[in-house]
Design a protein around this ligand. Structure first.
Ligand code: NAP
Length: 246
């Protein structure tokens, strides 16, 4: 699998799963555009990547703002002339019991996880469709498929992202642009760092693969879906969850 000469945009690419994804694409030869709210962290990572192999560049972008999304994608197209692969990875949780969930928590989680992916896809789609080539991979979650108590907003956003993926796959397919999603299970990152060992054990102890996932586990699946090896795969959701969902 190679991404030599390809330009890959990863939202939330400076830490966690997004960082592992950006790193893997770069290892496979890609030029990488890293989007994040924390520009310093994204710049430091881009500089680190650029020390060897293809160039990488950081862009400040809060995906909950349409203007920020449009401006940052425009900058990438100015710098790299094209976007071959888009990975919508930026995401947040704001968990709470259903009856106590504040509108703000609902809106922020929907706007980041679902609205953000929509806005970045819309900003990138024109150039991909014009080029009649491209791959989009959205980072959903197994809870968008099976639900989870205490995460109504997050489950709704991730289920919505699956619908968005399938709608875009149908709309873009004839123009050579594939759209797929991954649905990670429990992955060890900042997002899950506040869980206790017992909570993690309860979720992973009975899994067929009997462990939590690593960001690198997700990166491999994302690169596959974005690669030519998946040239006949679109509109699919690949669970990367140790067998939690099957
Ligand atoms: P994480 O370590 O908390 O990282 C979240 C990333 O999203 C950061 O890079 C952050 O960028 C970015 N981000 C958040 N809000 C943003 C915004 N408004 N605009 C731009 N970037 C934003 O989480 P993670 O575990 O790596 O999660 C990555 C993705 O995987 C998320 O979509 C998450 O829902 C999904 N996922 C995670 C798990 C898990 O168990 N960890 C399971 C299933 C799915 P800054 O640092 O710049 O703010």
């Amino acid at each position: 699998m190679t991404f030599d000469g390809k330009v890959v945009l990863v939202t939330g690419g400076a830490r966690g799963i997004g960082r592992a994804i950006a790193q893997r694409f770069h290892d496979l030869g890609a030029q990488v555009a890293i989007f994040g709210r924390n520009v310093e962290a994204a710049q430091a990572f881009a500089q680190e990547l650029s020390k060897s192999g293809a160039p990488a560049k950081a862009y400040g972008c809060d995906v909950s703002s349409a203007d920020a999304c449009n401006a940052a994608v425009e900058e990438v197209l100015k710098d790299f002339q094209k976007i071959d692969v888009l990975v919508n990875n930026a995401g947040i949780t704001q968990d709470g019991l259903f009856v106590r969930m504040k509108d703000e928590a609902w809106q922020q989680v929907l706007e980041t996880n679902l609205g953000g992916a929509f806005r970045i896809m819309r900003a990138c789609a024109r150039s991909m469709l014009k080029a009649r080539s491209g791959a989009i991979v959205n980072v959903a979650s197994v809870v968008g498929l099976i639900g989870n108590a205490g995460q109504a907003n997050y489950c709704a956003a991730k289920a919505g992202l699956v619908g968005l993926t399938k709608a875009a796959a149908r709309e873009f397919g004839a123009r050579g642009v594939r759209v797929n999603a991954v649905a990670p299970g429990l992955i060890e990152t900042d997002m899950t760092a506040s869980m206790t060992g017992d909570q993690k054990q309860a979720l992973t102890g009975n899994l067929p693969l009997a462990r939590a996932g690593k960001p690198e586990d997700v990166a491999g699946a994302v690169c596959f879906l974005a690669s030519d090896d998946a040239a006949y795969v679109t509109g699919q959701v690949l669970s990367v969850c140790g067998g939690m969902v099957m």
